[in-house]
Design a protein around this ligand. Structure first.
Ligand SMILES: Cc1cc2nc3c(=O)[nH]c(=O)nc-3n(C[C@H](O)[C@H](O)[C@H](O)COP(=O)(O)O)c2cc1C
Ligand SMILES: [Fe+2]
Ligand SMILES: [Fe+2]
Length: 413
């Protein structure tokens, strides 16, 4: 059994676990370098643990913890985020640490009540509140939506250590653990940022602003390397990535035309929509047959677009699976209020229209007043109408952008 403990400062110890073999995380993430679940023991007058680990690794964690203290002595457990990769082992820890009081944000405490399904002692912390460990103090820094509403950071002033859970983390499993010893892991860091944190860039910038006055010698993340060599460089890099994302996503007046087409008629509609849209100055069209497009590419295109024209033929009273993928890759957190219209070709029932529209509404897109559906082969007259439709759609987008100063619309119709 892996029993390695790392002494980060004289009183702060890493007691996390290595998950070398994991290759998919949270269903959505590839973890080709494995993962770590970082947990920390603080040897203060009042002993404390920061973060726990995934439940299945609790025995490894417990073995490490027992090398440093008797669990009955633990007085505080800081939970910075309640996703089970960090909080999963909490129930078992509380069972062996009966004195321990859980310190977490209000929304984290609410989540824990539903996760533990049993009474537990807790303190609801919030921005700037200090938990006194006797000879040391921990300050809470609210950092919501990174990447759940519950997230906070904990700052141990005396040791200049900031615990950030998922923020500044990466799925990268290396026994050496310290960022100056694990080699280059830039791609894992970037991938973790892109998949988990990027959509929350605005919140991340606020959190970075809040931690900027702190003296930080080490950032103790929830996953991957411990940032003791130039931790502020990683904060700066993250700041740059967030600003870059906010600046470029969505790209103003960029329309994603995404469709599939069995016999080419939905494709014809898509082409005519493009022709119409491109008549409007300033419009960029990203024209995509998405039949064989991989999910990463599609996801990026969805994030980058400012408006959507989404098309599917009706097949067996349904739209095609690739269009379901489009909606699966959206999130109202990011895409709410983007202008959208449905199009497609059909033979008799034309049900794809309703499926597209319902999904647009579920994603809280700003649905354009009309859709464009054609029965079998588009005639010349219909083609003209489609071109006009594309043009009107694009004009609506540019006009909306002018009147709303390019902030997302929040209403649907
Ligand atoms: C297997 C199959 C099932 C279909 N089911 C429906 C249907 O349930 N309702 C409908 O309106 N059209 C249905 N159609 C007709 C297509 O929607 C129609 O042929 C349309 O023109 C195809 O457009 P496309 O060329 O963009 O693929 C079906 C076609 C196929 C090949
Ligand atoms: Fe998480
Ligand atoms: Fe996590």
């Amino acid at each position: 059994m892996d029993t390695k403990i790392l002494q980060i400062t004289p009183d702060v110890h890493w007691i996390g676990v290595l998950d070398k073999d994991i290759r998919t995380f949270d269903i959505v993430m590839e973890t080709k370098y494995g993962a770590t679940y970082n947990s920390y023991f603080i040897n203060a007058d009042k002993k404390a643990v920061v973060e726990v680990v995934k439940e299945k690794f609790f025995p490894v964690f417990e073995t490490k913890l027992r090398q440093l203290c008797a669990p009955e002595e633990i007085e505080y457990i800081f939970i910075n985020h309640t996703e089970p990769d960090h909080s999963g082992g909490l129930k078992k820890l509380l069972a062996i640490a009966p004195k321990a009081v859980v310190v977490a944000s209000n929304s984290a405490i609410m989540n824990l009540k539903e996760q533990l399904n049993a009474p537990f002692q807790y303190i609801t912390t919030s921005d700037g509140l200090i938990t006194d460990l006797g000879n040391k103090k921990i300050t809470a820094i609210c950092a919501p939506n990174l990447h759940w509403p519950d997230s906070i950071y904990s700052y141990l002033q005396e040791d200049k250590v900031l615990f950030t859970c998922d923020s500044f983390g990466a799925h990268f499993c290396h026994e050496e653990m310290y960022n100056d010893k694990v080699g280059n892991y830039d791609d894992a860091f970037q991938y973790y940022f892109d998949v988990i944190l990027k959509p929350f860039s605005k919140f991340f910038l606020k959190a970075i602003e809040k931690i900027s006055p702190l003296q930080i010698e080490t950032i103790c993340t929830g996953h991957g390397p411990l940032l003791r060599e130039n931790p502020l460089k990683i904060v700066e890099k993250t700041k740059y990535l967030c600003e870059d994302y906010i600046k470029n996503y969505p790209e103003k007046n960029r329309i994603l035309i995404a469709f599939v087409s069995a016999y080419g008629f939905t494709k014809t509609i898509a082409e005519k929509l493009k022709e119409g849209a491109e008549k409007v100055p300033g419009i960029t069209v990203d024209f995509c047959d998405i039949e064989k497009m991989d999910m990463d590419t599609l996801g990026d295109k969805i994030a980058k677009a400012d408006a959507y024209l989404l098309g599917s033929p009706t097949i067996n009273q349904n739209m095609l699976p690739q269009l379901y993928n489009v909606f699966a890759l959206m999130t109202p957190l990011r895409d709410r209020g983007k202008l959208a219209a449905a199009f497609g070709d059909y033979g008799w029932t034309g049900d794809a229209k309703q499926h597209l529209i319902s999904n647009m509404d579920n994603m809280k897109l700003k649905r354009y007043s009309e859709s464009m559906f054609v029965k079998f082969i588009p005639s010349k007259t219909e083609e003209e109408k489609i071109i006009q439709f594309g043009e009107s759609f694009a004009k609506t987008l540019t006009t909306n952008n002018l009147t709303r100063g390019h902030t997302p619309l929040l209403t649907n119709h």
